[in-house]
Design a protein around this ligand. Structure first.
Ligand SMILES: [Zn+2]
Length: 360
């Protein structure tokens, strides 16, 4: 058995309270939050500076995710062991009020910042949507830098945004440079690059109890927005060739699959970590039981595992695109039999990975 053990790693969530939060992290997702009515985010799995997930179970209990990456990179990350931090951040968001309108930079833009950071691709899966609630994703066609600047100055930025009334289960992929925000009445599962660079271009003309508005970053926003991007539509789920598993996103920074049904689902066994988020029902993995609203991380070294639903269940399976050209091409998950038998093949992954990182 490896140092990390073969069981899924559970982490202590970190809660964030913002003016747009509410109570749904407790009432819907079962989180043990305090008594306030502004619980906005539950950071489930994060390694970003001082924001650190701490392991709750197994031989690594008490360690931060940063320490696991530093001391057990091969076990945890497998073929992605050369990452210097855990590359993804998973959150639940309770959008009880509108969030600010924002944009995130690309990796290339983010490296120019002081301090440098990663860019941010992010994706949302809608877990709850009150009637009439809206997602704003992308600019309307023909919005230019000049017309957006004029709208911001006039306090009518929202007129430039593409708005959708989402359904539960919809998935949106927000690439860097895309203007976006979440409207009131949504409960969201969010996966993103482990970055915290946000440029806010509009805050709905809101002021706090002291009459102060939140800081905007209009020039940085306008310089970061990709004006060639139009409206963003919900992702079309694609078949994976594996029963009960569909692909919501096959992006350059992460792959997002949704698994549904009553039958056991094979997991992992591909020399990379898997981040799981249970959205509905109950599943058992390696003797640990997870219910809706819980998340876990399967270390690469855990090998082949199985998620066994208790009745009907839905969960997200999030992982990095593969690095070995012979095993995984363009994010398509290889049949596990292609990589589960030969240690020589695993040893060959490392140099290919370095090549593919350099060319990004
Ligand atoms: Zn964002």
């Amino acid at each position: 058995m490896s140092t990390l053990g073969n069981a899924p790693l559970r982490f202590q969530p970190l809660f964030r309270r913002y003016l747009w939060g509410g109570r749904c992290l407790a009432t819907v997702l079962g989180k043990s939050i305090g008594t306030g009515d502004d619980y906005a985010e539950s950071w489930e799995i994060v390694d970003h500076g001082p924001d650190q997930s701490v392991v709750l179970n197994g031989p690594a209990a008490g360690q931060t995710l940063q320490a696991l990456v530093a001391e057990h990179a091969v076990e945890l990350l497998g073929q992605h062991a050369d990452q210097s931090q855990f590359p993804l951040l998973f959150k639940f968001l309770d959008c009880n009020r509108d969030l600010s309108v924002q944009v995130h930079p690309t990796d290339e833009q983010a490296t120019q910042l002081d301090p440098p950071d990663l860019g941010k691709s992010e994706a949302w899966v809608v877990l709850g949507a009150e009637p009439g609630s809206k997602i704003f994703a992308g600019l309307k066609p023909n919005v230019t830098c000049e017309s957006l600047r004029a709208a911001i100055e006039a306090g009518t930025c929202d007129h430039c945004l593409h708005a959708i009334q989402p359904q539960v289960g919809d998935c949106f992929f927000i690439e860097p440079g895309t203007v976006h925000t979440l409207g009131a009445g949504l409960l969201i599962a969010e996966i993103q690059q482990a970055s915290d660079i946000t440029f806010r271009l509009f805050d709905w003309n809101r002021v706090d109890v002291n009459g102060k508005s939140r800081q905007l970053h209009i020039e940085q926003s306008l310089a970061t927005i990709d004006f060639s991007r139009g409206p963003v539509a919900p992702q079309k789920p694609l078949p994976t060739g594996r029963a009960g598993r569909e692909r919501l996103i096959d992006g350059g920074k992460f792959i997002l699959d949704r698994c549904r049904g009553r039958l056991p689902k094979p997991l992992g066994d591909d020399d990379r970590f898997h981040l799981l988020a249970i959205l509905d029902g109950t599943v058992e993995i390696a003797g640990e039981t997870f219910t809706a609203g819980e998340t876990c991380l399967l270390p690469a070294s855990a090998g082949r595992l199985e998620a066994t639903p208790d009745g009907m269940a839905t969960f997200l399976d999030i992982y990095l695109p593969g690095t070995a050209k012979h095993a995984v091409k363009a994010g398509m998950l290889a049949p596990s039999s292609a990589i589960d038998t030969s240690p020589l093949q695993s040893a060959a992954l490392t140099p290919l990975h370095i090549e593919s990182l350099d060319s990004r």
